[in-house]
Design a protein around this ligand. Structure first.
Ligand SMILES: Nc1nc2c(ncn2[C@@H]2O[C@H](COP(=O)(O)OP(=O)(O)OP(=O)(O)O)[C@@H](O)[C@H]2O)c(=O)[nH]1
Ligand SMILES: Nc1nc2c(ncn2[C@@H]2O[C@H](COP(=O)(O)OP(=O)(O)OP(=O)(O)O)[C@@H](O)[C@H]2O)c(=O)[nH]1
Ligand SMILES: [Mg+2]
Ligand SMILES: [Mg+2]
Lengths: 273, 294
């Protein structure tokens, strides 16, 4: 069937394993595998190179928006429990400090045990101030105070950490709406970025997470963490391509430097390896 | 839902009046897709569907006026069987204090589960539990467990001002437990990658010394295909006795649970169903099967 210069059954099976195993899902996998044999026949490239090309075409992830915004730039970090938000805030802070920016962190996670402790520890390590909840103030109040302080004290970046939440809980999505809204009250253009953090080990639930979070706040970009493990993050890639959301960064470890700019070609290469 | 898809697949077939084995194989494609969407590992899906196909080409389905319903029943029953038929209880044998160790990837829910487990043991088994903070790595981890301990009605043992290492904290906790007559020590450990050689060796040392009655893998219920490689690697390195699947109060289908069970044979002892200390339930195979099938 495949003739000369084509691709054999074994190789197709191998391609299927790598695509499915990376969490790309059966639909995208079937679509790519259907395309693979005829494309391999038409070229001298190896089937793996052709596979990478087809995959890249099928995940049209838009590039991150890199526009100049007024200072302080306000970034709100959201996502499900344990995805890596707090550590991402720390890594973003480390980067900003490295670029000479004055950074303020805000712990708008007023729920989880020792959330403030965790962010404060990072603040000390990076020599960056951290605003935490005062006496029963709610998450919205922390965000409001942080943005106000950022404006008044002339910070370059304000990073707002929020509590992890499963987005099928509508009351928790309402809290996010509130945080977003009060940030805008403190500074009209805020927040300038809303980063949705996803765990690199996530399966098909990535779609539902993005869709539901987006009913509450306008997500401007994604962060995929824990890609230093063996998970490939295919579900996030597929989702980002389908929903048209830029992937800004990927997390590759637990240290302050372990955040890398997203690069589609590199991501696809790693996924197929 | 799978039932709708199967009914649709069979509707087109039965309109011809007779079902063949090849028709059943076609219907199996719907089962495969549903399971992959539910995050069941693709190798597990392959074996599972082959098993279901074999049962489904029996007389019952081929002669049924509602073959879709028959196939769903086979799929459901096969899944319940695979999940272990019934809940496997926690190991209770041995001199006090029993040691339970929680392990797993970063952010899977170990620290929260440790506190929940303490609470569950106290409410359901009348056990006095001491929580041991053996994660000295993650910022705020010790404080997190200490804070959760009171809500769980459990004692707390941490590194104290001396600092130390996870093994010292664990042995210290066991001594404390003996002294103060605790029944169980539940040890929280640092999240780690199964491919982090140094941290996996540390875990091997901790588990060897602790000789735990239970070593539970805490797995994120939102996980996809990779859950299998994580479980296999952890099981290869330490003597895992069971698993807890967390964040099942979300809308993820939780297929990683089936994969874990199918590939490692590990019993899933509990399901995490929320952030509060009472958010832990013994795994119910029928309910979990229903959820995975959507
Ligand atoms: N290996 C690895 N671990 C990571 C990465 N990002 C975060 N982590 C770890 O994942 C765990 C959870 O990270 P957090 O930053 O606390 O996650 P979170 O989203 O703030 O969690 P909640 O606030 O509880 O919802 C921590 O142990 C982090 O060190 C990553 O890129 N690689
Ligand atoms: N909704 C929900 N959240 C959970 C559940 N289990 C844990 N969490 C949350 O998940 C997040 C991570 O939980 P942790 O207990 O800190 O996870 P961990 O495995 O100890 O993380 P590391 O120590 O960083 O590896 C926290 O926000 C918890 O409240 C659950 O069953 N349901
Ligand atoms: Mg956090
Ligand atoms: Mg922990």
């Amino acid at each position: 069937i495949f003739g000369d210069g084509g691709i054999g059954e074994d190789q197709l099976a191998e391609a299927e394993e790598v695509l499915l195993g990376s969490d790309l899902g059966w639909e995208l996998t079937d679509r790519i595998l259907e395309e693979l044999p005829r494309r391999v026949r038409r070229t001298d490239d190896s089937w793996r190179e052709v596979l990478a090309g087809i995959l890249m075409e099928n995940v049209p992830v838009p590039p991150p928006v890199r526009e100049d915004v007024e200072k302080p730039r306000i970034t709100m970090v959201i996502g499900v429990n344990g995805a890596g938000k707090t550590t991402t805030v720390a890594r973003l802070a480390a980067r900003a400090v490295g670029e000479g920016s004055r950074v303020l962190l805000a712990c708008a996670d007023t729920f989880r045990a020792a959330a403030a402790d965790q962010l404060e520890t990072w603040g000390k390590r990076l020599d960056v101030p951290v605003l935490v909840q005062l006496h029963g103030a709610d998450a919205g109040a922390v965000a409001f105070d942080a943005v106000t302080r950022g404006v008044v004290k002339g910070y370059d970046e304000v990073l707002i950490d929020t509590a992890g939440r499963l987005p099928n809980k509508k009351g928790l999505l309402d809290e996010l709406k509130k945080i977003h809204m009060v940030s805008g009250k403190a500074m009209p253009s805020a927040p300038h970025r809303v980063l949705l953090v996803l765990d690199g080990t996530v399966g098909q639930n990535a779609y539902s997470q993005a869709e539901q979070f987006m009913t509450a706040v306008p997500v401007t970009g994604l962060v995929v963490t824990k890609l230093d493990g063996t998970a490939k993050g295919g579900a996030v890639l597929a989702m980002a391509g389908k929903l048209g959301i830029p992937v800004e960064y990927i997390g590759v470890g637990e240290g302050p430097e372990d955040l890398v700019d997203f690069d589609l070609a590199a991501f696809v290469r790693a996924l197929l390896s | 839902a799978l039932s709708d898809r199967l009914n649709e697949a069979f509707r087109r077939i039965t309109s011809r009046g007779v079902i063949t084995e090849s028709d059943v194989r076609q219907a199996m494609r719907q089962v495969r897709r549903a399971l992959l969407e539910a995050d069941v590992n693709f190798k597990v899906v392959r074996d599972f569907v082959a098993g279901v196909n074999e049962k489904a080409v029996g007389e019952k389905v081929l002669r049924s006026i509602d073959p879709g319903k028959q196939v769903i029943k086979i799929v459901h029953d096969e899944m319940v069987n695979l999940l272990g038929g019934e809940t496997v209880p926690l190991e209770q044998k041995g001199a006090a204090p029993l040691v339970y160790v929680l392990v797993g990837l970063q952010g899977s829910g170990k620290t929260t589960t440790a506190a929940k487990l303490a609470r569950w043991l106290s409410d359901n088994r009348a056990k006095r539990v001491l929580l041991a903070a053996c994660d000295l790595q993650r910022p705020g981890a010790v404080r997190q467990l200490e804070t959760l301990a009171s809500g769980a009605g459990a004692g707390f043992f941490g590194p104290g001002s001396a600092g130390g290492d996870p093994l010292e904290v664990l042995t210290g906790a066991v001594s404390e437990a003996r002294l103060k007559s605790y029944d169980v020590v539940v040890a929280d450990t640092a999240g780690r990658l199964h491919v982090d050689e140094e941290l996996m060796q540390e875990l091997e040392r901790i588990c060897t010394v602790a000789a735990p009655a239970e070593t539970l893998l805490v797995l994120d219920g939102l996980s996809g295909q990779d859950a299998v490689s994580v479980a296999v690697e952890f099981k290869e390195r330490i003597d895992l006795t069971g698993a807890v699947i967390t964040k099942m109060d979300g809308d993820s289908r939780g297929g990683a649970a089936l994969s874990l069970r199918a590939v490692t044979g590990l019993p899933i002892k509990f399901i995490g169903t929320g952030e509060k200390p009472d958010g832990l339930e013994p795994m119910d195979p029928r309910r979990l099967a229903g959820r995975i099938l959507g």
